[in-house]
Design a protein around this ligand. Structure first.
Ligand code: HAS
Ligand code: CU
Length: 856
């Protein structure tokens, strides 16, 4: 290839990967950098909103008998503050950073399901707006970020505030699950050739683990919220003890989500710390395998700790002890990471810029917060500290120290990559010191206040307890902290236009994002990198990404076709597997999210016609989305036959059999050669990205089912008689017939590429099963407001019926798709994957509804 050919090819790629201009571009963009950046700045806006709410709270508490806020306003502000920070700032900013940087770090050009990603953003934005809309209607949620019933039931919260909260949070969590699916599939299937598991950068590892955790945690809060909303709208007594419900069920469901949630925030933040430490002390983080193992250990263990938030609800001592010990255990992997960073800084050549200062701030504050965590994990101590400011101090140490400081380190560190400009170091460091000092002045005294008995979530305290000075210090400190945050953001805003040019790699960092331009061009990399080391940019030539490699790989795909092509690789070895065509700009994500939002608003204001219409329109849009021709979305080929020089064939020309490689040098050369071979003769194999998306999405769906089944058995355990005397046992005849039909439908769908006819037939049978199921439920005479048993049975039945109904829709759409493009295996794959999952879940629910009441 001559240089001219190459330049023309790069220009062609750049046009192919461009978004559309103007407002249309804004609404239709799907590119990971644009969407990632949107997540980041939207989250920053919510950080500022949440910050103002916090300052108002502190003004009220500055003096005894404060009069800045009344009790109602105070309740609303601490609720919205916690909700905003946890749901609208913390998770989205970390997801945004992951969406922007993971594709670059692992050497690809976009996320695997770009339209879904854009949809996730709109859902997040609309959910966040909805939550804050309540300020305009006056019905501001005031039940705390944990929304415990019975406080949040209609009896004690009759207004629409809690509905805003439940629906808004559910929406935002769905956006989170979507982002998680995206990132899991991305990291498993789209890494650069040669990027084996042990060469994945720590930030990408942490993003993968965060996303995996989200799939298992978020569905619990979605399920809890849906149950509470159904209770509020239709009188289903899930949390009402007078009809067999139990408010503690909420606490379990909420904290099964809520405890992992804090590590979902912490882990990617530690990933940022690892990235920043390596780059700014100029050596890889020590003990990489141990650090990865710690991330995994924390992720798994964190699902077994939730009861430590419920130590004071009156549980057996054995339970208290088990959960306390489990909570101590988590200090071990946390400690391993802390010592790994300290050792890395010790061994390295630190450059004391702003990012590293934020890391130091993180280390100091997070360790203090971790230690108070171990203290409150000790049940007898917690009996004193629970619901006091001691806990408030603990979680601000871990959340601001453990999450905000690392995120700020990351924003400063990656800012040059996103903008091509360097923020001021002196302003950055000033901002750091303001934040560090302000933070400690604001929150350290709260430990003492808590031990003195000052309770949280109470709008004032009387004079004469000696708490004034500490509270005043806390308020002053929080304003200093806020000034630091503003200065930090102002520094970035200023640098955006005026900062010094940074060039591609101002820090001399090690991971692939620094090999791209700053800001990266539309297609990220001119040539797709091949990776032979954990620090590819430090091991240029010897191990990793080098100019030679650039030449050797050439440009992926055939740019003159105008398609968004990326490389799919295998899970473990990252061997090239297939070339995947990604979709370009499209309206579907935006309009679908808008339709869903209008449906949600319908529920909120009891306009059921609007709710139904919105849902129907959203489904119609989803079908439009699923059948949209992805290849046509990008620029049309001028030369579809591809008579121009075959770029794939130009690959691998640098293979030099005379060049002896030895020892550790062997791996990269091998990887490169293997990649080159694959490029030459890449017969597509493995599953499509959509198939992976469905499989990972099914995990989240299965978790929702698990949460509902958990609720069923929890209610069952608390009941004296089950089913309660009012609820006659349901006859089995029709349900058995439904089961038979669905099982046969499942069997008919089994053969891999199953004949079209068998799959149509299966559809008919499943539709029959669904009809029988509905008939049986209606015929049972069960009422959702009768008692907790009937209510949960109806919810399980509705869940099962929805799974089946969606399966029918998916199959109809995919069969039509398959007829339109008979050579494309994807529709069949997606259809069969979803069917298997949905039918298995349906059968599980069937067993719970019909078998469980008879045997347990
Ligand atoms: Fe926590 C409450 C226990 C870490 C966030 N936590 C909260 C709440 C939030 C939160 C938001 O067991 C309040 C929720 C609400 O609104 O009610 N937490 C722990 C423990 C750890 C911990 C054991 N928390 C976090 C992180 C968070 C977070 C991380 C966010 C990012 N937390 C609790 C408990 C409650 C709680 C109770 C409920 C209290 C109540 O009454 O409501 C651990 O993961 C911390 C491990 C980390 C370290 C530091 C590094 C380790 C080193 C090794 C040596 C240290 C040792 C320990 C051996 C420990 C350096 C020595 C121990 C001594 C006592 C000296
Ligand atoms: Cu916890």
């Amino acid at each position: 290839m001559t240089d001219r050919d190459t330049d023309a090819a790069f220009a062609e790629l750049e046009r192919t990967w461009a978004s559309r201009p103007g407002l249309i571009g804004f609404l239709t963009a799907v590119n990971h950098k644009q969407i990632g950046l949107r997540f980041i700045w939207t989250a920053v806006v919510f950080l500022l909103i949440g910050g103002v709410e916090a300052l108002l709270i502190r003004l009220q508490l500055a003096t005894s008998d404060g009069t800045v806020l009344g009790p109602e306003a105070y309740n609303q502000l601490f609720t919205m503050h916690g909700t905003t920070m946890m749901f609208l700032f913390g998770i989205p900013i970390l997801e945004g950073l992951a969406m922007y940087f993971v594709p670059l770090q692992i050497g690809t050009r976009d996320l695997p399901l770009p339209r879904l990603n854009a949809f996730g953003y709109w859902v997040y934005l609309f959910g966040g707006i909805l939550l804050h809309w309540s300020f305009l209607t006056g019905d501001v949620p005031d039940g705390g970020w944990f929304a415990y019933p019975p406080l949040t039931s209609t009896e004690f919260s009759p207004g629409a505030g809690i509905d805003f909260w439940l629906l808004g949070v559910t929406f935002v969590e769905i956006s989170g699950i979507i982002g998680a699916v995206e990132i899991v599939v991305l990291i498993m299937r789209f890494r650069a050739p040669g990027m084996t598991l042990s060469r994945i950068p720590l930030f990408s590892w942490s993003a993968l683990i965060m996303s995996g955790m989200m799939l298992f945690a978020f569905p619990f809060v979605v399920a809890a919220s849906v149950l509470l909303e159904v209770e509020r709208k239709f009188g289903a007594p899930f949390y009402d003890p007078s009809l067999g419900g139990d408010p503690l069920l909420w606490q379990h469901l909420f904290w099964i989500f809520g405890h992992p949630e804090v590590y979902i925030l912490l882990l990617p933040a530690t990933g940022i710390v690892s990235a920043v430490v390596a780059a700014h002390v100029r050596r890889p983080v020590v003990a990489y395998p141990l650090v990865v193992a710690s991330l995994v250990a924390i992720a798994i263990a964190s699902f077994g700790l939730w009861v430590h938030h419920m130590f004071t609800v009156g549980l057996p001592v054995l339970v208290l002890s088990l959960f306390a010990v489990a909570s101590y255990f988590i200090a071990v992997p946390s400690g391993i990471q802390v010592f790994a960073w300290i050792a890395t800084i010790w061994e390295g050549r630190p450059r004391w810029g702003t990012p590293l200062w934020f890391v130091i701030g993180f280390l100091v504050i997070f360790v203090l917060g971790g230690i108070t965590g171990v203290m409150v994990a000790t049940a007898p101590f917690d009996h004193q500290a629970h619901d006091t400011f001691f806990v408030v101090a603990h979680f601000h140490y871990v959340l601001i120290g453990g999450v905000v400081f690392p995120v700020f380190a990351g924003l400063h560190h990656w800012f040059p990559k996103m903008t091509g400009r360097l923020p001021s170091e002196s302003i950055g460091k000033t901002a750091f010191w303001l934040m560090f000092v302000g933070f400690n002045v604001a929150f350290f005294p709260q430990h003492w206040l808590g031990l003195q008995g000052m309770v949280r979530r109470t709008y004032t305290y009387p004079a004469g307890l000696g708490w004034e000075a500490a509270n005043m210090a806390s308020t002053v400190g929080s304003f200093v902290l806020a000034a630091g945050v503003l200065l930090f953001l102002a520094n970035l805003a200023h640098a955006w236009r005026r900062g010094r040019e940074s060039g591609p790699d101002p820090w001399g960092a090690d991971t692939l994002e620094w090999a791209a331009q700053s800001p990266p061009n539309n297609h990220n990399f001119d040539s797709l990198p091949v990776v032979g080391s954990l620090s590819p940019l430090w091991d240029r030539g010897a191990h990793g990404y080098d100019d030679e490699t650039l030449e050797s790989i050439g440009v992926l795909g055939r740019p003159w076709l105008g398609r968004r092509e990326v490389l799919r690789t295998t899970v473990v070895a990252a061997d090239p597997e297939a070339i995947v065509v990604l979709p370009g700009p499209t309206y579907w994500p935006f309009v679908t999210a808008a339709a869903l939002t209008s449906s949600l608003v319908g529920v909120l204001v009891d306009a059921w016609a609007l709710a139904g219409l919105g849902a129907v329109v959203a489904v119609a849009f989803l079908i439009g989305w699923a059948t949209e021709d992805r290849v046509r979305l990008t620029r049309q080929s001028s030369d579809p036959s591809g008579t121009s020089p075959d770029f794939l064939a130009a690959v691998g020309t640098d293979e030099d059999p005379g060049h002896e490689v030895s020892g550790s040098d062997q791996a990269p050369a091998l990887a490169r050669r293997r990649a080159a071979e694959h490029f030459k003769a890449l017969t597509p194999r493995g599953h499509s990205a959509s198939w992976w998306g469905v499989m990972v999405g099914l995990t989240a769906l299965a978790t929702i089912v698990a949460a509902l089944v958990y609720a069923y058995f929890y209610l069952r355990l608390g009941a004296d008689s089950w089913p309660p005397s009012r609820s006659s046992e349901r006859p089995l005849g029709i349900p058995l017939a439904a089961l038979a039909l669905v099982v046969v439908a499942g069997v008919l769908s089994m053969p891999r590429a199953g004949s079209g006819l068998a799959r149509w037939l299966a559809m008919g049978l499943a539709a029959g099963g669904l009809t029988l199921q509905v008939v049986a439920v209606v015929g049972s005479g069960y009422r959702i407001d009768a008692n907790a048993y009937e209510a949960i049975v109806i919810v399980l039945e509705v869940m099962a019926a929805s799974l089946l109904a969606v399966a029918l829709l998916v199959r109809a759409t995919m069969l039509v798709e398959a007829m339109r493009s008979p050579t494309d295996p994807e529709p069949v794959e997606v259809d069969i994957a979803y069917w298997r999952g949905a039918l298995v879940l349906w059968a599980v629910l069937w067993a719970v509804v019909h078998v469980a009441p008879r045997v347990v």
